[in-house]
Design a protein around this ligand. Structure first.
Ligand SMILES: [Zn+2]
Ligand SMILES: [Zn+2]
Ligand SMILES: [Zn+2]
Length: 307
């Protein structure tokens, strides 16, 4: 795992520079969200399952584990005072939310060649264990990958990826991921020149997670409860993403009906459902959803406005 056969080239080699995102927004004040994965923790199809959704030919029923990428245009990202205007990758920036086990194939599929910062919703395995796939990016960034997360998530990362934090001298550059923690709590913070507002939520009876609001967009996966204080933070959101696991209730996730009820409460112009299990067929469920609520799918792209 920690031995790339071709060590990456340092960032001063222009041949290794990241290409801008393929579908970068044309509006200089608009950002773009790419849904990298929209499936529940085991993915869809589920290994060994012969149900109609898991054996479906529809690509919309093929869901990798949940993450999104947010492409910030240069006009926004350049306001980040930490950005060196002479850096080779000056221009657009990409924020990743969560590092699922499918991360490498998701980034290849969407032709995303560089991640500038990562935000973590929580430390469950389906949101975390693709972290090692960030290993090449410090060579192009010229610094470790910043990870914005709560203390509890940092502790899990330090424990699960202990080889990345060993005091032993690495055998070669790129042998282990270069990571830097940026501690967050429930207070809004800035990443790459944009304000991010955490949305505290429950994820079962004993566990708290964060959603994130950026501009008029909010991403709220892995939850079965959004308290009133967090609903306040969602006021004015135009695009709302919320987890919807299946038809029947679940102890740690919204069911489809609970997610639709929450969408009504939030009142966004458009809600997208994510973290979807094999219980929900894309086409069939889509035809039953109320106006303004839609199933998300891997590869879906939506815009973020900042006005
Ligand atoms: Zn999850
Ligand atoms: Zn199935
Ligand atoms: Zn979870």
């Amino acid at each position: 795992m920690a031995n790339p056969s071709h060590p990456p080239t340092p960032s001063n080699d222009t041949s290794q520079q990241a290409t801008p995102p393929r579908h970068a927004s044309q509006n200089p004040r608009q950002a773009e969200v790419v849904f990298l994965g929209t499936g529940t923790s085991v993915g869809v199809p589920a290994l060994g399952c012969q149900c109609a959704v898991c054996t479906s030919d529809s690509p919309r029923n093929n869901r990798t584990r949940c993450a999104i990428a947010v492409h910030l245009p240069a006009a926004i990202a350049d306001h980040d005072p930490a950005v060196d205007p002479n850096a080779p990758q000056h221009g657009s920036r990409t924020i990743l939310i969560d590092t699922p086990p499918d991360l490498r194939t998701q980034l290849l599929r969407e032709k995303i060649s560089l991640i500038h910062a990562v935000l973590f919703t929580h430390e469950h395995a389906d949101h975390l264990f693709g972290l090692d796939d960030l290993r090449l990016f410090p060579f192009r960034l010229g610094h470790p990958v910043p990870l914005y997360c709560q203390t509890r998530v940092e502790q899990r990362i330090r424990h699960s990826f202990d080889y990345a934090f060993s005091h032993r001298e690495p055998t070669h550059p790129g042998a282990v991921p270069q990571l830097e923690f940026c501690n967050i709590d429930e207070a809004p913070f800035e990443v790459l020149g944009v304000r991010v507002t955490p949305i505290p939520m429950t994820h079962g009876p004993r566990f708290h997670v964060l959603g994130f609001r950026i501009g008029d967009f909010a991403y709220c996966t892995d939850t079965n409860g959004i308290p009133d204080s967090s609903l306040e933070r969602l006021r004015g959101v135009r695009t709302f993403v919320v987890g919807a696991l299946r038809h029947t209730p679940h102890p740690t996730h919204f069911s489809l009906q609970e997610a639709i009820d929450m969408a009504t409460k939030v009142g966004a112009a458009q809600t997208y459902l994510t973290h979807i299990s094999h219980d929900l067929d894309h086409e069939k469920t889509t035809s039953q959803l109320p106006a303004g609520v839609a199933m998300s799918y891997d590869g879906l792209r939506v815009k973020i406005n900042f006005d």
